[in-house]
Design a protein around this ligand. Structure first.
Ligand SMILES: C[S@@+](CC[C@H](N)C(=O)[O-])C[C@H]1O[C@@H](n2cnc3c(N)ncnc32)[C@H](O)[C@@H]1O
Length: 200
């Protein structure tokens, strides 16, 4: 294939997934601008990289960075998930030489390292209560004071409970919420939010 293909997310059509990627692109670009110099020589980890949409966005924004991208490569939350398609996308974007692909489960163990930045898009909400293990594992591979920029769907089970605040309270010993970016329009039960967490 000579054209990039980033797949269809769970519970959406391909067109809806493309619109979410447009929104994600705007939010991540704004967040990156606020936290780091684009010319910095960084070690970055992308958690739940799938077919590499965020890996490529990040690698393009930080042309001197090296990126480790991690995924379990099963098809549960991304129907067409495949390491071959990921590699092909990275090759088309001309970033393959700066990306290391690692098959790992974020709720088990992440590749060792001390990263300057962690990024993730639409991953942790899939993990149920185990997302709190994931937050801790991500924290443990970050240098102190570094950011975890996470865009995710915080799913409302009730209109009276704010799941985002609840999550942030539970990880307040390891991360401080530096800022949040919210798209202009939101679904009623699925709040898509980017949160820039600074590791303690
Ligand atoms: C909705 S997709 C998002 C993919 C990519 N981040 C993007 O923005 O296009 C969620 C990804 O998380 C991965 N994932 C789910 N559970 C995981 C786990 N426990 N450890 C690592 N990756 C996981 C899935 O395999 C899938 O590729």
């Amino acid at each position: 294939m000579d054209k990039s293909y980033f797949g269809t997310y769970h519970h959406t059509t391909f067109e809806e997934s493309e619109r979410m990627r447009e929104t994600a692109k705007e939010m991540f670009m704004e967040a990156f601008k606020r936290i780091l110099d684009s010319n910095a020589d960084l070690q970055i980890i992308d958690v739940g990289c799938g077919l590499g949409f965020l890996t490529i966005l990040t690698a393009s924004y930080f042309p001197r960075a090296t990126i480790t991208c991690v995924d379990v490569f099963t098809q549960s939350s991304l129907r067409e998930n495949s390491r071959d398609i990921l590699e092909n996308n990275l090759r088309i974007a001309q970033v393959l030489d700066r990306v290391k692909i690692v098959e790992a489960d974020v709720t088990e163990i992440l590749p060792p390292g001390k990263f300057d930045l962690a990024v993730s898009n639409l991953v942790l909400h899939n993990l149920g209560r185990k997302r709190f293990v994931a937050y801790r594992n991500i924290h443990d591979v970050l240098k102190p004071g570094s950011y975890f920029v996470n865009a995710d769907g915080f799913i409302k089970k009730s209109l009276f409970v704010d799941p985002f605040r609840d999550d942030m309270k539970r990880i307040s010993d390891i991360f401080h919420v530096d800022f949040v970016i919210k798209p202009e329009t939101q679904g009623l039960f699925f709040k898509y939010i980017l949160v820039a967490l600074k590791s303690k």
